[in-house]
Design a protein around this ligand. Structure first.
Ligand SMILES: Cc1ncc(COP(=O)(O)O)c(C=O)c1O
Length: 120
């Protein structure tokens, strides 16, 4: 959090169009970002008015791992963990070859009408 905030302060919030969290990153050993870290990031970004976007690859795996490992989630259904995970997001993108189980393709979803208009 400290390094993220320091970076935002250094470059200026106006020069950070969004922050992307890869919720499970292979180069990080395939470990899930904690729900606590996601909440803290969301709070920080809200203070600066910076949108939060998720790379949602392996989201089902993420939610299952959170249930198994993160204190406070053992009794929360995986579907509800997914809702809690995505609710602070302004958008997400996903290579649906992962948990989506398709051969090829993915999607980008945004929760902001201006972004939606700019993309189409
Ligand atoms: C977290 C994550 N995001 C994006 C990608 C890119 O997926 P694709 O190769 O389908 O574009 C991958 C690929 O493994 C990934 O693990």
């Amino acid at each position: 959090m400290d390094r993220l905030e320091a970076t935002i302060e250094r470059v200026g919030p106006d020069r950070v169009p969004f922050v992307l969290i890869t919720i499970i990153n292979n180069s990080g050993g395939g470990q899930p970002v904690s729900m606590a870290n996601i909440r803290a990031t969301s709070r920080l970004l809200k203070r600066y008015g910076i949108p939060l976007v998720f790379d949602a690859c392996r989201f089902a795996e993420h939610c299952f791992f959170s249930k198994e490992r993160e204190p406070g989630y053992a009794d929360v259904p995986v579907r509800e963990i997914a809702r809690l995970l995505f609710s602070p997001g302004d958008g997400c993108l996903m290579s649906a070859k992962k948990d989506g189980l398709v051969n090829i393709g993915g999607f980008l979803s945004v929760n902001d009408e201006r972004w939606a208009q700019a993309i189409t």
